[in-house]
Ligand binder design. Sequence first.
Ligand code: UDX
Ligand code: UDX
Length: 472
Amino acid sequence: MRIAVVGSGYVGLVAGACFADLGHEVVLVDNDQKKLAALNAGDVPIHENFLPELLARHRGSRLRFSDDLQHAVHASSAIFIAVGTPPTEQGEADLSYVESVARGIAGAVDSYKVVVEKSTVPVYTCDWVRRIILRNGAQADNFDVASNPEFLREGTGVTDFLYPDRIVIGADSERCAAVLREVYAPMADGTYYAGPESIPRPDRAQLPPPLITTSAKSAELIKHASNAFLAMKISFINAVASICESVGANVQQVCQGIGTDSRIGRRFLNPGIGYGGSCFPKDLMAFRAVARECGYDFRLLDEVISINENQRQRFIRKVRSALWTLRGKKLGVLGLAFKGGTDDIRESPAIELVQLLLQEGCRICAYDPAAHSRAGEVLGSSVQLVENAYAAARGADALLILTEWEEFTSLDLTRLRSELRYPIVVDGRNLFDPDVMAANGFTYYSVGRPAVTPEPLAPAAFAPADQKNGRL
Ligand code: UDX
Ligand code: UDX
């Protein structure tokens, strides 16, 4: 099939590359000339597993980049809209990019086309996109508008796309649904997975993925409701973690106890400094705004958001309880991305915490495996960005872990300890086993688990590392 994807950001670029891998002819349209030039030159602008391989495989053949929306629409039978939908000041989704793309599409609808919402949008957007396309001159029987939400997590977007838990097709006519079924046919009939070059199957993948056909409005709601539910799970466990801290219980054990109930499930039950990223915060606010507009006061979402915001404050209090005063303290920070496996810092709880700690007068030396360039744009010279975790820890009063990067779990703890001025770690992501940290001489604070002090409890262990090494 010939497919156009409008918007080559995190979602559009991954979707376009995956459609090409399924065997379709794809044109990715973007109005950012710099981005197009970079993509044409072979750059991979975002940090995503398998994306470099897919772009190298299809760039210039099945995958092309263009700024010519009209031409792309003219040549395609399905047009996916994947432009950004940032929040307005009131928390609603700003749909002006979607509207302007819909206007642009209208003039080129000269034969039957399916226009598909891929961006996360509130319920009723399909109706509006349809109205805008009609207002701008397209014939009603020449197009349909569908919703085909994505459930991609950043970092694992390619595997999430090709091995999804489900494919949701929100279409209001059979003609329209048939076009979308054809797009996903190589996945739904399993032929893609049998190919020698298919991207490797992740552990949990159910093959072939189920295809769920719904109305367009239901599909729009599925996306918002899924993200809201996942965010609710995270806030729920963060609230439970706070109770664990008050009573001296261990949230990890609680998670195991409740997560093994298959009705609840263990995933997305990791407590921490709260969720961030370009989706959950924005989608929760947008869903709440849509609910309000529809006459439903979705107060549960207010609480999910408020628990999430409170996690940052709780973490600052934890740092304070570890260090007493903050002004002038030197802190090592591991992780700036909003989660592990990505270079994205949008709505990153780590960046927010770094900014709060800077306001408190701390000096910060930080390391992230992928997000330095984006973090540097936001933090400027206020934070020293260093080349590895040990350099971040060097001479610091405490080390803070703010992003769940897998590589942090294999750090050499003896070396880390020797780099720190004081062997204190405040872990906002529960990456380490408290007993292991205590055995390695750390005072270790985490989320929802009792703080531990070095074993055996030797006062000397609290002396500055430099002093012990005889360097002072
Ligand atoms: C996406 C979805 O669109 C959003 O709804 C979802 O919640 C998160 O993921 P994302 O891919 O992260 O957004 O957006 P971004 O990285 O900002 O990419 C959007 C792209 O669209 C950019 O490359 C931008 O240049 C392009 N664009 C934007 C256009 O081509 N035309 C426009 O009119 C506006
Ligand atoms: C999310 C959804 O998972 C995806 O389906 C949707 O399409 C886009 O939004 P993403 O934002 O990439 O994906 O990241 P995700 O892995 O969901 O994590 C979001 C945030 O929640 C991160 O800040 C992460 O650190 C945090 N998180 C996640 C937790 O704090 N605990 C968890 O158990 C899981």
